[in-house]
Structure formats: structure tokens, C-alpha cells
Design a protein around this ligand. Structure first.
Ligand SMILES: NC(=O)c1ccc[n+]([C@@H]2O[C@H](COP(=O)([O-])OP(=O)(O)OC[C@H]3O[C@@H](n4cnc5c(N)ncnc54)[C@H](O)[C@@H]3O)[C@@H](O)[C@H]2O)c1
Ligand SMILES: [Mg+2]
Ligand SMILES: [Mg+2]
Ligand SMILES: [Mg+2]
Ligand SMILES: [Zn+2]
Length: 455
């Protein structure tokens, strides 16, 4: 190519960029129809037409450039995308357009093809029967019913029975189940906390179901007891051998069957709330348990919390977003590691939702805080109660609109883009490229689902 050609081309590029900067939609369209290759050209300034239109708030030019397939992820010499520029200059309608409504980004998302997932801790084997929590007579009758099942918790750990399975030496953990006769003295102790968990979900009534006065069979009720009695004395209440109160929740609570894990999550999170909220958060007075252990009411009759409905009286759940961020090329994902992770382990980024914040915004904020990567479209995938002590992990998938990584060193030691195949090999084919989060954690489910969906 001669220098004459270059300068002619350069002149055309500058005319095109000038039209975009001025918001001259007609000239932008005309020049594009003559020379489609202009679309991603940068002039002397290093800015594309999209950046210039975004800088000056020319919505229709931005729209036209996007519809012609321009690269909205290219960056100027300051590493800013058109999205960053529109946001900086306060053109929110344009940053929304660039950040969230792009079809090429949406294509990366699995959309309506998503399946419903059952994550560990999600299975509800009990009908919580909330309507019965205020029925004191019914609850008392259930407490002394011989079919009723009690679980014992000490220091937020359930009493379990662990048996070594023969073939593959896998340790199976089962909840120790007690009857009324074994726990009736514990129920009288002032420090005991009792929670009504629900009744067994049954398709067919069994012979162990009790009959009400009208002769209708009712499935067994379940309660959780929290006690501070000496564990050695508690083990004597159980007919099983090898009982224990596991000490490492993040490891030991992941060894139950799916059926028992859901009950453990419900009981442990509710007991953890009682453990932390024994005094009224509004006035500091003592409180009393009500509604089958699902409410704590202040004993100070002047307390504000007794007027109207107050969330402080009810068990609290902390929503947390956990997200698989996909590279704009659709073939890499962003994983990070905290200092406390075992060597080589990377996981999805995660963070607490803040007050007044939507799920999508929490995803964008946490990813940017932790890695500096900016996120456009966000899609909910599945969720998981995480009873350590009471989170709800909200699993999302998101598409990055910038790719440079700079980690928040207070929280994250390292974050990297991992090629899809490397992650799939590591998760599913046992390749030891890097370690992943527990197979029970939402992080792993989110990674698996999305990498497969978008293969
Ligand atoms: N299930 C999974 O797959 C999985 C994976 C990763 C993280 N997690 C869990 O997600 C949770 C949140 O992740 P994160 O630690 O990265 O969050 P984060 O990025 O919001 O940072 C946590 C920090 O935020 C502050 N913070 C703000 N609100 C808080 C609140 N309500 N409770 C506690 N601290 C709060 C604290 O200073 C805390 O150290 C953690 O509890 C973690 O155990 C679960
Ligand atoms: Mg975090
Ligand atoms: Mg964070
Ligand atoms: Mg946070
Ligand atoms: Zn109070």
C-alpha cells in the first residue's frame, strides 16, 4: 500500500470518526455503507467511532454502530471501553445500552435453556407447616408424641453417627434421631432452644403415623434442640455408637445424604440466629421464643419492636451473589482465590448483597471490586442455602465487558481467566490442573452448568 493510499484511507477514517462525534447519523451510515471496514477504526486519538458517540451522548449513532456489529469491547489508550466512557460522562441510557442489551453478550448466556437445579442443602424433606407455629396446643401435643423426631445440636453442630463404609472407605454421616422419652429432661432446661422444623412429607401414610382424634393419620413431626449440656452426657442419650458433634462445619456438614442436608441447613441456620440474637437488637432487653422457635419477641413492653412487623424478630438470611464471569470471547471464565484457600484452589467470585441493591448490581459491584473486571449482562442460574451460618448463595452467570484484571489484594490473592477446557478437565475429568471448590458448593454447580450450557 502506498503512502497516498494510507493518507486517503486515514482521511476517510477521520471523516467517519468526526461524523460519529458530532452525532451525524446520516453521514455515519453513508460512510459505513461505502466502507464497512471503518466500523472499528481508531483515528489519531486512538478512539473508535463508538467511543466518540458514547462520549458525546449520541444514542442513535451508538445504536447504529452496534447494529453494524462494531466491537464494543475495544479500549482506548487509557483502557476504557465505550461503556466506561458513557458511564463517566453520565450518559446512562448509552451505558445501559452498551452494558446490558447487547445481543452478542446475550448469546453467551444460556437463556431459557437453563435447567432447574437441585443443589446440596436444597432438598426439603419436611413440610415446614408454618401455619402450626402459632398453635401452642398442637405443638405441645407433637412434642410428647412418640413418633416425633428430635435432633440434638451442641455449639451449632448436630449429633451424628459416622460409620466407615467397607468398599471405598467413604465415611457416611447420619443424623442421630431421638424420641421424646430420651430428651424430655433436656426440654425442661432453661438454656434449651427448641425449634419446630416441620412434619415429614409423605405420599402414603405409614404404620408409624399417628392418628388424630378424627382418625386422620399425621406424619411425624421433627424438632431441633440446641443445648449447652456436657456432650459426654448427651452421647449417653443415644443408642448408637460412634456419635460425635463435628467441629468443622465447612467440611463435616457436607457429608450428609441430600435428604438430611436440607434439614441440617434449616435447623443450623435458625439456631445460629438464636445464638447471635438472644437480646433484642432494638432495645437490648431479654427476649422470649415464640412461634415454634421462628420468632423472638422483646420482653420490654415499651419496645418499638413490638409495634408493627419487625424483621429483627425473625430469623435472618444473608443473600450472597456468586458468579461465573465469562470472557467476552465466550471461551474463558474468571476465577479467583482467597489467601485462605488451599494451595491451587480457585473459585467463582462471591460477595454479600448490600442493602438496597439488586442481584445484578451486586454481581457487577463485587466483580469490579475484587478484580476490576467490568460486567455487562447478568443472569440468575440457581441458588443454595449455605448454613455457615445463614447465607443464601445466589448463583449467577455474567458476561465481562472489560478484561484487564487488577485484584483487590485485601480479599483476593489472585484472579485469572481460565480457558473453558481447562476448567472442564479439572471439574469433570479429574485433571489436576487446579483444585476447585467442594462438589457440594454452589460455585462448582454454577461453573459446571454454565460451561456445559455454553459449550
Ligand atoms: N457456596 C459456595 O460455593 C461459596 C463460594 C465462595 C464463597 N462462599 C461464601 O460466600 C460468602 C460471601 O463471600 P465473600 O466473603 O467473598 O463476601 P464479600 O466479597 O462481600 O467480602 C466479605 C467481607 O465483606 C464484609 N461483609 C459485608 N457484609 C457482610 C455480611 N452480611 N456478613 C459478613 N461479612 C460481611 C466483611 O468484612 C467480610 O470480610 C462467604 O460467607 C463465603 O463463605 C460460598
Ligand atoms: Mg468476595
Ligand atoms: Mg467482595
Ligand atoms: Mg462485599
Ligand atoms: Zn426490645
Amino acid at each position: 500500500m502506498t503512502s497516498l493510499h494510507l493518507s486517503a484511507k486515514q482521511e476517510m477514517v477521520e471523516r467517519f470518526l468526526d461524523a460519529a462525534a458530532r452525532g451525524d447519523l446520516t453521514q455515519v451510515s453513508t460512510l459505513l455503507s461505502n466502507a464497512a471496514s471503518l466500523i472499528n477504526e481508531t483515528g489519531y486519538s486512538g478512539w473508535t467511532a463508538l467511543m466518540l458517540a458514547a462520549r458525546n451522548g449520541h444514542y442513535h449513532v451508538v445504536e447504529a454502530l452496534l447494529s453494524h456489529g462494531c466491537d464494543k469491547f475495544s479500549v482506548n489508550s487509557s483502557s476504557h471501553t465505550a461503556f466506561d466512557i458513557a458511564k463517566f460522562w453520565g450518559h446512562r441510557h448509552i451505558s445501559d445500552l452498551l452494558g446490558r442489551t447487547d445481543n452478542s453478550c446475550q448469546r453467551v448466556l444460556p437463556g431459557f435453556d437453563l435447567n432447574q437445579h437441585e443443589n446440596y442443602f436444597n432438598r426439603e424433606t419436611l413440610d415446614r407447616l408454618a401455619v402450626k407455629r402459632t398453635d401452642k396446643v398442637w405443638l405441645e401435643a407433637k412434642q410428647s408424641n412418640p413418633d416425633t423426631v428430635y435432633l440434638l445440636f451442641s455449639n451449632l453442630s448436630p449429633m451424628v453417627n459416622s460409620s466407615q463404609e467397607d468398599d471405598n472407605a467413604r465415611v457416611e454421616t447420619k443424623l442421630c434421631r431421638f424420641r421424646y422419652e430420651a430428651v424430655k429432661e433436656l426440654l425442661q432446661k432453661p438454656a434449651t432452644v427448641l425449634i419446630f422444623l416441620g412434619v415429614e412429607k409423605r405420599k402414603k401414610p405409614s404404620s408409624s403415623s399417628s392418628k388424630t382424634e378424627e382418625g386422620v393419620q399425621e406424619p411425624p413431626a421433627w424438632f431441633a434442640i440446641s443445648t449447652n449440656e456436657d456432650p459426654a452426657a448427651l452421647f449417653k442419650l443415644c443408642r448408637e455408637k460412634n456419635c460425635s458433634f463435628p467441629k468443622l462445619p465447612n467440611r463435616d456438614l457436607l457429608k450428609f445424604s441430600e435428604e438430611e442436608a436440607g434439614v441440617v441447613a434449616q435447623a443450623r441456620s435458625t439456631l445460629a440466629w438464636h445464638d447471635r440474637y438472644s437480646f433484642c437488637p432494638t432495645c437490648g432487653s431479654s427476649t422470649k421464643l415464640e412461634e415454634g422457635g421462628y420468632k423472638r419477641s422483646c420482653l420490654n413492653s415499651d419496645c418499638r419492636s413490638l409495634k408493627g412487623v419487625h424483621s429483627t424478630c425473625y430469623p435472618q438470611v444473608c443473600p450472597v451473589v456468586i458468579m461465573l464471569v465469562i470472557h467476552p470471547d465466550g471461551n474463558q471464565c474468571l476465577l479467583g482465590r482467597k489467601k485462605i484457600f488451599p494451595a491451587g484452589m480457585f473459585s467463582c467470585l462471591a460477595g454479600f448483597i448490600e442493602p438496597g441493591e439488586a442481584i445484578e448490581e451486586a454481581v457487577r459491584r463485587e466483580v469490579e471490586e475484587e478484580s476490576s473486571v467490568k460486567v455487562g449482562p447478568v443472569q440468575y442460574v440457581s441458588c443454595q442455602p449455605w448454613p455457615m451460618p445463614s447465607n443464601l448463595m445466589i448463583g449467577c452467570m455474567a458476561v465481562a465487558i472489560s478484561t484487564d484484571i487488577k485484584v483487590d489484594e485485601n480479599e483476593i490473592e489472585e484472579a485469572r481467566w481460565f480457558p473453558r477446557q481447562q476448567v472442564i478437565d479439572s471439574l469433570c475429568r479429574g485433571a489436576t490442573v487446579f483444585l476447585n471448590p467442594s462438589r457440594m458448593a454452589d460455585a462448582q454447580q454454577t461453573i459446571k452448568d454454565n460451561l456445559y450450557v455454553s459449550v
